[in-house]
Write a protein that binds this ligand. Structure first.
Ligand SMILES: Cc1cc2nc3c(=O)[nH]c(=O)nc-3n(C[C@H](O)[C@H](O)[C@H](O)COP(=O)(O)OP(=O)(O)OC[C@H]3O[C@@H](n4cnc5c(N)ncnc54)[C@H](O)[C@@H]3O)c2cc1C
Ligand SMILES: NC(=O)c1ccc[n+]([C@@H]2O[C@H](COP(=O)([O-])OP(=O)(O)OC[C@H]3O[C@@H](n4cnc5c(N)ncnc54)[C@H](O)[C@@H]3O)[C@@H](O)[C@H]2O)c1
Length: 457
């Protein structure tokens, strides 16, 4: 048996911890059964965002008439797009491996054989500290041979003429948006009546109206059956009123959520505790219930976001390598959906505040305080700002419109440094840059707080 200071299961975000620990002189084993880098650069964030660039370019041409420009889109070389993005993905694993100096890399499936020992390819590795970072994987699909993000990327298969995307969450919306934009006949199937279940209701309503102008979407629809034929797939669909229909499509992509990768991890050989959904239970220092075993990233069951997984790993670097102490402080965790339109959000939704009985004032308005926003000639962009009338702190900020994820960063900085909407109103803005939309919303929110307080007094 080999003994290590640190054994890491899963070479996604946690590969950074392995490299850092080796640089600090620790003996480190990293166990990865698939591609180093994990979901984000191989089958997740990065390839799906590289695709968005092509979608945006295609839409700019198609929508040029909004600015009184006559433009014709002649051809999109989607095969070239697939190849470029696919080639980038193929390079991920070697790039990560080249950084593994001083790390013992084990390529294979890792399993606990006890609280302190992991087995890989028949070899046993004992770890003083063990970090589990095995991530999530697509929820198993009810049908064989369909795409999920895992077999879609690295985009090696031929470009389909048509595609059906199942699931109206992050992945379904982002990928359906790309396929439609580059001219693949696309249909999105959603079993509920809304898209993006975690978004604020008002923002989702704006999003749904705009998104479905481009992407044909069937709500209240489920796939009752699926048959493979010479033209791809024949789907039996059940509609909202129980009606049935058939739909032919060359490819089908399922994006119906993700499940924890704790199966076949040998959990039964340990005292590790899983929650009801199968995620590892951790405390506010990412410690599991077993001394010396930590969990980080998706597998810790709190968020499924790259920036949270990276934050976890940074935290563990400080704790395990630099002797830092204290709980992890996520502060306000933001997210964005890279679609057309784009959404970015941080903090609570209005419905969450109502449910908790938290007092708030709200601003829900367009972006026209910014001349740069007006220049886009789009009417739909909106901001919802939710502010505490007690201390002017920002409770939530939700944006739908171009570059929403970039604009939101000012709000993130304010919330992190001194969470007070008056700071957002007091700072100087470049005129007439897009973030000026935040200045106007902040000024309006301060007025609402004053009104609220007069009402209470
Ligand atoms: C299509 C898609 C798009 C996304 N886009 C975004 C985005 O735009 N922004 C964002 O913030 N997040 C996005 N995410 C989420 C993001 O990818 C994840 O939150 C992040 O990758 C989690 O990192 P992780 O290290 O916890 O897990 P992972 O990156 O999944 O890494 C886990 C690793 O563990 C390995 N592994 C699992 N079990 C074992 C085992 N038993 N033995 C050995 N190795 C094992 C796996 O092979 C994998 O390499 C997206 C996800 C998907 C699927
Ligand atoms: N931009 C980003 O940050 C980004 C992008 C992609 C993914 N992600 C992360 O990855 C996670 C997974 O993405 P996702 O889109 O797979 O999950 P999701 O949870 O966002 O959405 C899944 C959708 O599928 C539906 N669904 C579930 N089971 C179904 C079934 N049997 N039939 C039809 N519909 C069904 C759900 O109602 C939901 O609308 C996200 O929650 C997110 O955290 C983030």
């Amino acid at each position: 048996m080999k003994h290590y200071d640190l054994v890491i299961l899963g070479g996604g975000r946690a590969s950074g911890l392995a490299i850092a620990a080796a640089k600090e002189g620790k003996s480190v084993a990293l166990v990865e059964r698939d591609r180093l880098g994990g979901t984000c650069p191989n089958t997740g964030c990065v390839p799906s965002k590289l695709l968005i660039g092509y979608a945006e370019a295609a839409r700019r041409v198609r929508e040029a008439d909004r600015h009184f420009i006559k433009a014709t889109l002649e051809e999109i070389d989607v095969a070239r797009i697939f190849q470029e993005v696919g080639d980038w993905v193929q390079g991920v694993d070697p790039r990560y491996e080249s950084r593994m100096e001083g790390v013992d890399l084990y390529r294979g499936h890792g399993r606990f054989v006890s609280n302190k020992v992991v087995e890989v390819n028949g070899e046993e590795l004992a770890g003083e500290v063990i970090v589990v970072a095995t991530g999530t994987k697509p929820r198993p699909t009810p049908f064989a041979d369909v795409w999920t993000n895992e077999n879609l990327f690295p985009l090696k298969e031929k470009v389909p003429r048509s595609i059906t995307v199942v699931g109206g969450g992050f992945i379904g919306c982002e990928l359906a948006n790309f396929f439609e934009a580059v001219g693949i006949e696309t249909r999105l199937l959603v079993r509920g009546e809304t898209l993006l279940p975690i978004e604020d209701e008002d923002i989702e309503a704006v999003f749904r109206e705009e998104f479905t102008k481009n992407v044909p979407t069937s709500f209240g629809t489920t796939v009752a059956g699926l048959e493979k034929n010479e033209n791809g797939f024949l789907l039996d669909l059940t509609g909202p009123d129980g009606s049935t229909s058939r739909h032919q499509s060359e490819q089908v992509l399922f994006a119906i959520g993700r499940v924890p990768t704790t199966d076949n991890l040998g959990i039964e050989n340990t005292d590790l505790q899983l929650d009801q959904r199968g995620y590892l239970v951790v405390d506010d220092s990412l410690r599991t219930n077993v001394d010396g075993i930590y969990a980080a990233g998706d597998i810790a069951g709190r968020y499924q976001l790259q920036h949270v997984a990276s934050y976890d790993i940074h935290y563990l670097r400080q704790q395990l390598l630099k002797g830092a102490e204290g709980p992890i402080d996520y502060g306000a965790v933001p997210h964005a959906v890279f679609t057309d339109p784009e959404i970015a959000a941080v903090g609570a939704t209005e419905a969450e505040l109502v449910e908790k009985g938290t007092p708030f004032v709200k601003i829900f308005q367009d972006w026209k305080a910014s001349a740069r926003a007006m220049a886009s000639r789009l009417d739909y962009p909106r901001i919802k700002l939710l502010v505490s009338p007690d201390d002017y702190s920002i409770l939530g900020c939700h944006l739908v419109g171009p570059d929403a994820s970039t604009v939101l960063h000012e709000v993130l900085a304010i919330m992190r440094l001194k969470n007070d909407v008056r700071e957002m109103a007091a700072m100087m803005y470049i005129h007439p840059a897009l973030p000026e939309l935040l200045l106007d919303a902040a000024v309006q929110a301060i007025k609402e707080v004053k009104k609220y307080r007069r009402g209470v007094d």
